[in-house]
Structure formats: structure tokens, C-alpha cells
Design a protein around this ligand. Structure first.
Ligand code: F6P
Length: 515
């Protein structure tokens, strides 16, 4: 199907007029005060996640136009194409099927996808059996995941988030950076006979991961380690390269899983080791419930759709350039970093599917830190700065710890910050004035557990899909990371020789100072 470019649809024009005709100045404070039905209209329960959008600069008319935009841009057809296994990652000629990784074995998938689903479950069973064996192996005290990008951020974020569910007696480490300080610090704390290294790389060619994997293997041998098969496993689509590296224990996945969408695959092995097979199953089930919601809920009651459209509204019609993610849960402290890759690597694109330059803005900058810490750092700017930055609060109703008093304090702060951003304060004058009407969304979980984390992450995946589908970009490639990789290969030998031939004056001068 040919999709109309979003800025050429009638809805886009109507949204432009709507923004100029007053929606720019929409005051969510007044709307909440005047309309007793606003909270109900702009909140909803999706699987495991309750969302309040009512403090945002959006009204019913805006949402109707945004939904019309989604229809005119073919968002539903694009979503259905993803769930049908169509090669919607057109620049790499690949299907996009991370959702299949969390489909139950008997899920009704198109006949052509049945073999893939069977393979998913065979691999999952092998990986979970291995995870259980590692959990039962008291001699393994440390698991070191070596990977970067999607082969690090997802498993690390989820392992931290689900720490409460983790098996005692195993320390989980994550090494991503080619900066040797990171690996060296971990190697100082582990013993070869008690360590399992997981080499996580979709391609098994990523320079940082290969450097860290080689150094870990050298260290293992130098320390007297012999049994590589027991102490190293590879998580990769490139099983052949892993074997050539000398790793015989391998868990595969497929080219239709994007790196930043891969925590549900073999890349999730560290999560499975930490929380065990049943809990990993709950993580998948939570995500699957969100997949079904995204696939089947009407657009107007489809949370990923509503959030993705809100993102488009803010970016293209109100001109907001960033979004702050503030998880009010210590377990979610790596969620902002994870979301940075998910959203900015997916939607940080400036050309359409045909490679034509787009005249409108795409991915916002996504950033953030956990609350309440952020309140004592950058929230000043959110409340009184010159830019309007929509904030996303994420909280869990119940805490896992039993420390008295902390949870009400934490939740009170989350509610108060959202309230302060909305209400502002005009009565104090000058430096003490808060403009208010600063938008925020509140995502609420009952508790942070495998199922709710799975649902939350899948919600974000689909939300990014929706804004990318409206913009008509390929959310599933990442050509923008290539150039720097190539240039680094050129520069590295020059650091040894001091050869600056052909380099710009700045790079040349810096290189000479470094070699
Ligand atoms: O830097 C880009 C990227 O390809 C990411 O998309 C990916 O998650 C990361 O590198 C790691 O890639 P791999 O898993 O192949 O090592």
C-alpha cells in the first residue's frame, strides 16, 4: 500500500490550523478545572499500565484530528503489516517481528510465520533450560554480560528493574564500553572458575564487544581457566562467527529482531538467569498482552497509539524538542538510557522510506533520571526554564521493600511534581513565579514485576512504532551509526603512527596530541 506523507494529509493541515487557532495556548489547568470528565477521557487502563494523559496540552478536538492523521497515514495498515511479517524494514529488507518472541506457542499467527514461532519456542526452551542450570550451579557466582547497545541496555535495564526477583548468590555484571576501565573493574572483582561470560552481539562483529570478548577470554586463559565451553556462551544471530571465536555454547535469534528490540530473545539470557524461567515467561506474557492491545484496541482507546500521536503533536505542532522520562522507582534507573536507544535510534531519521528528505521534525531528544533525584538536579529547568519539556512520570503503587514511610514519600513527590508543573504559581512574583501548564503524562503500575515491566516496555516499543509510522520513516534501521564506526577504524592505526594525511585541521591537531 502507498502511504500518504503525513504533511500532505488533510489531517496535518487541519492540525496546523488547530494549533495556530488556539491549541498552542491550550491550558490544561483550566481544562481540568472546567471539565469534570477530562480525567476519564484522557486516562485509560491498558494491560498492566494505567496512563493519565489529562495534564497534557491536548483536548478532544486535537485527539480527533490526531486519530484522523493516524488513519490517513496508514498507521493501522503499517501495524498490521508488521504483525503479518511483511518486510517493513525496507532498507534492510527484513521483517520486524520482536512481537513474535513473546507470542505463546499456540498463538494464531499467519501460516507463513508458524515455522518461525516454532523456532522461537524451541530456542526459548533451550535458553531457559540453560538459565535454570546456571541458576542451580552454585559454583557460578558471577555472570558477566559483554555487549553494547541493544545487547546491553535492555538486559541491564530489566535485570536491575527485577532485582527483587533475582536468585541470591549470583552477581550480574554488564560490560559494554570499549573503554577498558569498565572491563578491568569487573575482572578485578571476579574469579575465572566462578564466572560465566555471556558474549551478546546480534552481529558478532561489533568492535567494542569483540574487543571486550577477546580481552575477557585472554584474561580467563591467563588466570588458568581452561573450560571455555562452560565459562563462555554466545547470544547471537551469527552462530558461525561465535563458533569461530571459540564459543561452542550458543543461543541464536533472527535478523527480524532489531538490536534495540531484542531483550525478549536470547539476548535476554542474563535476565532469565537472574529471575528464572517462570518469571521470564511472565515478562514475555506482559509484553504479549500489550501486543494484543496494540493490535486490536480501537485507535481511540489504544494506548500506544494515543501516546505516539501525542508525541507527534508535541514535536511537529507545538515545537517541543525533547521529552523527559522520570521513573519514580529505583529499579527503573536505566530505563531512560534504554528508551534513548529505543526512541532515538528508531526515529532519529530525516528521510522517508524512499530516501527523500523530510520537511518536518521527527524524534525528540529523550532524556531523564529517576525521581526524586532529578528534582534536585534538572527539575528547576522543567518548572521555570524557557523551554517546555513534556515529562513522563512512571510509578508503581506498591513497593517491594518493607521500609516504613518511603513509598508514600516517593509517590507524594511524583504527584506533587506533576501537580506543580501543571498548576504553577503566579502569586509570589518574579523569581518565585512558576508558569504552570507544563505538560506531563503519568504511567502507573500496580507493582514493578516481570509482567508489568514486559507490558511497559512493549508499550514504549509500539508508541515509537506509531510516531515513526506517522512520520513515514523506517524505525527499524540505524544507518546513522555507521559513519563513525568506519572513521574510527581509519583513525585507530593513525594514533600509533601520527599520520594525519587527509584529516581536517581540528581532528589532525587533536590526534597529534593523543599519539
Ligand atoms: O550501534 C548500532 C547497533 O547496531 C545497535 O543497533 C545495536 O543494538 C548495537 O549496535 C549492538 O549490535 P550487536 O548486537 O550486533 O553487537
Amino acid at each position: 500500500m502507498t502511504r500518504t506523507r503525513c504533511d500532505r494529509t488533510p489531517a496535518w493541515g487541519a492540525l496546523c490550523r488547530h494549533a495556530e487557532g488556539g491549541a498552542h495556548a491550550f491550558d490544561a489547568r483550566a481544562a481540568l478545572a472546567d471539565d469534570p470528565g477530562r480525567f476519564a477521557a484522557f486516562s485509560q487502563q491498558a494491560p498492566r499500565v494505567f496512563a493519565d494523559l489529562s495534564k497534557n496540552r491536548i483536548d478532544a478536538a486535537t485527539e480527533v484530528l490526531l486519530l484522523q492523521l493516524a488513519r490517513e497515514c496508514g498507521v493501522e495498515q503499517h501495524r498490521d503489516a508488521m504483525f503479518a511479517g511483511t518486510h517493513i524494514n525496507s532498507t534492510e529488507d527484513r521483517a520486524v517481528m520482536h512481537w513474535l518472541l513473546r507470542a505463546p506457542a499456540d498463538a494464531p499467527v499467519p501460516a507463513a510465520l508458524a515455522p518461525a514461532l516454532a523456532e522461537v519456542h524451541a530456542t526459548l526452551a533451550a535458553m531457559l533450560a540453560y538459565a535454570e542450570a546456571v541458576r542451580a550451579d552454585a559454583a557460578i557466582t558471577d555472570v558477566v554480560n559483554i555487549g553494547i547497545g541493544g545487547s546491553d541496555l535492555g538486559p541491564q535495564m530489566a535485570t536491575l528493574a527485577l532485582d527483587e526477583f533475582a536468585v541470591p548468590g549470583k552477581r550480574m555484571h554488564f560490560v559494554s564500553n570499549v573503554d577498558g576501565h569498565e572491563l578491568a573493574a569487573v575482572l578485578r572483582r571476579v574469579q575465572p572458575h566462578g564466572t560465566l561470560f555471556l558474549i551478546a552481539s546480534k552481529t558478532f562483529t561489533t568492535a567494542e564487544t569483540m574487543a571486550n570478548a577477546s580481552s575477557a577470554r585472554d584474561w580467563f586463559m591467563q588466570q588458568g581457566g581452561t573450560d571455555v565451553a562452560r565459562h563462555f556462551a554466545a547470544l547471537t544471530t551469527n552462530v558461525h562467527a561465535a563458533r569461530a571465536f571459540g564459543i561452542s555454547t550458543t543461543f541464536g535469534f533472527w535478523d527480524w529482531v532489531g538490536g534495540r528490540y531484542s531483550l525478549w530473545s536470547a539476548i535476554g539470557l542474563p535476565i532469565a538467569i537472574a529471575i528464572g524461567a517462570p518469571a521470564f515467561g511472565e515478562l514475555l506474557a506482559g509484553a504479549h498482552a500489550m501486543d494484543e492491545h496494540f493490535r486490536s484496541a480501537p485507535l481511540a482507546a489504544n494506548l500506544p497509539v494515543r501516546l505516539g500521536l501525542l508525541d507527534v503533536w508535541y514535536r511537529d505542532f507545538l515545537g517541543f524538542t525533547s521529552r523527559c522520562v522520570a521513573p519514580y522507582h529505583h529499579g527503573l534507573r536505566r530505563l531512560p538510557a534504554y528508551l534513548q536507544q529505543l526512541e532515538m535510534e528508531s526515529n532519529g531519521k530525516r528521510v522517508d522510506l524512499a530516501g527523500q528528505r523530510l520537511p518536518f521534525a521527527t524524534s525528540p531528544v529523550v532524556w531523564g533520571e529517576p525521581g526524586t533525584n532529578g528534582q534536585h538536579a534538572f527539575f528547576q529547568m522543567l518548572h521555570q526554564g524557557t523551554d517546555v519539556v513534556p515529562v513522563e512520570f512512571i510509578a508503581a503503587r506498591h513497593a517491594a521493600h518493607g521500609l516504613p514511610g518511603h513509598q508514600p514519600k516517593l509517590l507524594a513527590n511524583a504527584l506533587a511534581q506533576a501537580q506543580a508543573l501543571l498548576q504553577g504559581r503566579a502569586d509570589a512574583g518574579g523569581h518565585r513565579d512558576f508558569p504552570g501548564n507544563r505538560p506531563s503524562t503519568f504511567l502507573l503500575l500496580e507493582r514493578l514485576d516481570p509482567a508489568s515491566l514486559g507490558a511497559l516496555v512493549a508499550l514504549y516499543e509500539h508508541r515509537v512504532f506509531v510516531s515513526g509510522a506517522v512520520w513515514g520513516i523506517n524505525s527499524f534501521d540505524q544507518w546513522g551509526v555507521e559513519l563513525g564506526k568506519v572513521l574510527a577504524q581509519d583513525i585507530e592505526p593513525r594514533l600509533a603512527t601520527g599520520d594525519v594525511t587527509g584529516l581536517d585541521a581540528s581532528t589532525a591537531s587533536l590526534l597529534l596530541r593523543l599519539c
